[in-house]
Design a protein around this ligand. Structure first.
Ligand code: ZN
Length: 246
């Protein structure tokens, strides 16, 4: 059975619609999971939440979702992220807020755990080095963890006692053991590829449920997403970075 994993949509409805079109072609009946940061940065938070509700997405809370709900975590944000969080607080509808507030911080789904950031700190910790990856890998109750937060696709795999970073491409990658799999970002990629990223996980029930993962990259209407950010009065930097993917 396949599963679609989306992360860091960041209120980018143009990117999400393009991704869901691709999902409809590649994995039309697969359940959709998300790793949080549904809102923040982008100009269409209510539209993105409605779309995720429509496709029955199941997922977890990100730092930007928490900030949009009024949490003081916003005080640690940089200028652009802060401005977007304050704007999002103003425009979120009551049903959108309710949907966001119901997101758990950690979700175990069979052989996989979902968090936004890391297992140790599901909201805020960036997994960007081996020592941090090892902390999360050793604490897992499941063989796999899917996450986001860095906006960069990655696999950290525990071999012996050491976390190794596996090179990621658009080819399917077989998972061999305890792994953290970062789905990348739908709505604000930061790996210098501006195309929206999503992850297909093809489970293999015979090998402890590990299976293989494939990153898909999808072109979308970046100018429309940028115009929406400008029209909302959000910082220009949030629009311009979409074109360069960083
Ligand atoms: Zn994010």
């Amino acid at each position: 059975m396949s599963v679609v994993i989306l992360s860091d949509v960041h209120a980018n409805i143009q990117a999400l619609r393009a991704v869901l079109d691709d999902v409809a072609k590649v994995a039309p009946s697969a359940p959709i999971w998300h790793c949080g940061d549904v809102v923040g940065y982008g100009a269409s938070p209510n539209e993105v939440i409605a779309e995720l509700q429509r496709v029955g997405a199941t997922g977890v809370m990100g730092n930007h979702d928490l900030a949009a709900l009024g949490d003081e975590i916003v005080e640690s944000f940089n200028e652009g992220a802060y401005a977007a969080a304050m704007w999002t607080r103003e425009v979120l509808t009551a049903p959108s807020r309710e949907w966001l507030r119901a997101l758990p911080r950690v979700l175990e789904m069979g052989s996989a755990t979902l968090v936004h950031a890391s297992l140790r700190d599901p909201i805020m910790e960036y997994v960007a080095d081996a020592a941090t990856a090892e902390e999360s890998l050793r604490g897992l109750n499941t063989p796999l963890l899917f996450h986001g937060h860095t906006h960069i696709p990655a696999i950290w795999e525990l071999r012996g006692e050491v976390a190794h970073l596996t090179a990621v491409s658009e080819d399917p990658i077989a998972l061999h053991g305890l792994s953290l799999v970062n789905a990348g970002s739908v709505g604000q990629p930061r790996d210098r590829d501006p195309r929206a990223a999503w992850l297909l996980w093809e489970r293999d029930e015979e090998s402890a449920g590990l299976g293989r993962v494939t990153w898909r990259r999808v072109e979308y209407d970046i100018p429309s997403a940028q115009e929406a950010i400008d029209a909302a009065g959000l910082p220009d930097s949030l629009a311009s970075r979409l074109a360069v993917g960083r």
